[in-house]
Design a protein around this ligand. Structure first.
Ligand code: A3P
Length: 307
C-alpha cells in the first residue's frame, strides 16, 4: 500500500473503507476504482527534472528495486534506509487517498528533491511531465509466468484488489490483460521500445537473481553514484530475499490484515525464478506459450525461463 497514516491512528479503525474494488478503465487500462476517481491529480502530476521513476508491472520486483535504489542513494547506509517503510520512502504515484491516508501524489508534493517514485502505470499513462522533464526511469521486468503466479497470490491476499477467482480463469485474465494495470505484454514491450527515446534502464528480475551485485552496479552507474565495491556488496547483502523478508521496513508487516491477509500468502512470498512450474499444468503451459509467442512476436525483448 502506498498510503500511510501519519497521525498515530491505526488502519484497523477504518477497515470499513477497504473492500475489493472493481477495476475501471482509464484510456483502456483497468485500474482500481478509487485510483480512477482521483485520476486527474495523477495525470496532472508535476515532475521535477531530478525525479527518478521506478516503473514495473505489478509483482515484477518493485520493492526489491526500491530498496536497492534507496540504499544506493544512501551510500549503503542501512540505518538510513530503515527510517521508514519502503512505501513511504518511495511513494506510489497513482495510489489514491483513503479517508485518513495521503495519496501518492500528496506525499510526493511535500517530498524534498531528489524524489524516487514508484509506479505501475504503463508508459502511455505516465504523466506527461515526466517525459517533458526527461526524468530517468528504471524499469524492471519479470518473465510472464512467474509474474503471473506472483500476481495471483498477491491478488488473493490483497483485499483491495479484485478477487482473482480460480487459477485457471486467472491465467486467462492475465493473458487478456483484464487484471489491474492491464496487459503484461504491452507493458513490458512498450518500456522496452521507449529505451530509444528516453533515459530508461531496463532490468530483469532474473538477472538480479543471477548476480545481484552486477545489477546493483548497473543501477548505481545509471544514477551516477560513486560507490566502492564493498558498499555494493553491503547493499547486495541487505537486499537478498531473506534479508528483505526479515526486514520490517521492506516486508510490509505494518500493513494490517484487513488489507493484506497473510493467512493466504505473505508479501515476500518465495522470490524465485521458475516457480511457475509448480502451478501450470502441461495443458495450461502449452496454451499460455502459444499465446505468448503471438503476443511477443517481432520484439527483441527476451526473457529467461519463458518456455
Ligand atoms: P513472489 O511472489 O514470486 O515471491 P513487487 O515488489 O513488484 O510486488 O514484487 C513482489 C515479488 O518480488 C514477490 O515474488 C517477492 O517475493 C519478490 N521479491 C521481493 N524482494 C525480493 C528479493 N530481495 N529477492 C527476490 N525476490 C524478491
Amino acid at each position: 500500500m502506498a498510503n500511510h497514516k501519519d497521525n498515530g491512528e491505526t488502519l484497523h479503525e477504518h477497515q470499513e473503507v477497504y473492500q475489493r474494488y472493481p477495476l475501471v478503465p482509464v484510456h483502456g487500462i483497468p485500474l482500481m476504482e478509487p485510483i480512477v476517481r482521483s485520476w486527474a491529480c495523477v495525470e496532472n502530476f508535476e515532475a521535477r527534472p531530478d525525479d527518478l521513476l521506478i516503473a514495473t508491472y505489478p509483482k515484477a520486483g518493485t520493492t526489491w528495486t526500491q530498496e536497492i535504489v534507496d540504499l544506493i542513494l544512501a551510500r549503503g547506509d542501512v540505518e538510513k534506509a530503515c527510517r521508514a517503510p519502503v512505501y513511504i520512502r518511495i511513494p506510489f504515484l497513482e495510489m489514491c487517498s483513503f479517508p485518513d491516508f495521503r495519496s501518492g501524489v500528496d506525499l510526493l508534493m511535500s517530498a524534498p528533491s531528489p524524489r524516487v517514485i514508484k509506479t505501475h502505470l504503463p508508459f502511455q499513462l505516465l504523466p506527461k511531465s515526466f517525459l517533458e522533464k526527461d526524468c530517468k526511469i528504471i524499469y524492471v521486468a519479470r518473465n510472464a509466468k512467474d509474474n503471473l503466479v506472483s500476481y495471483y497470490f498477491f491478488d488473493r491476499m490483497n483485499l483491495v484488489q479484485p478477487d482473482p477467482g480460480p487459477w485457471d480463469g486467472y491465467i486467462k485474465k492475465f493473458m487478456e490483460g483484464t487484471v489491474a494495470w492491464g496487459s503484461w505484454y504491452d507493458h513490458v514491450r512498450r518500456y522496452w521500445d521507449e529505451r530509444a527515446n528516453h533515459r530508461i534502464l531496463y532490468l530483469f528480475y532474473e538477472d538480479m537473481k543471477e548476480d545481484l551485485s552486477r545489477e546493483i552496479q548497473r543501477v548505481k552507474n545509471f544514477l551516477e553514484v560513486d560507490l566502492s565495491e564493498s558498499v555494493v556488496q553491503k547493499i547486495a547483502q541487505h537486499t537478498t530475499f531473506q534479508a528483505m523478508k526479515a526486514n520490517p521496513m521492506t516486508n510490509c508487516e505494518d500493513v494490517p490484515s484487513t488489507v493484506f491477509d497473510r493467512t493466504i500468502s505473505s508479501f515476500m512470498r518465495k522470490g524465485e525464478v521458475g516457480d511457475w512450474k509448480n502451478y501450470f499444468t502441461v495443458a495450461q503451459r502449452e496454451m499460455f506459450d502459444a499465446d505468448y509467442q503471438s503476443k511477443m512476436e517481432g520484439t527483441a525483448l527476451h526473457f529467461r525461463d519463458v518456455l
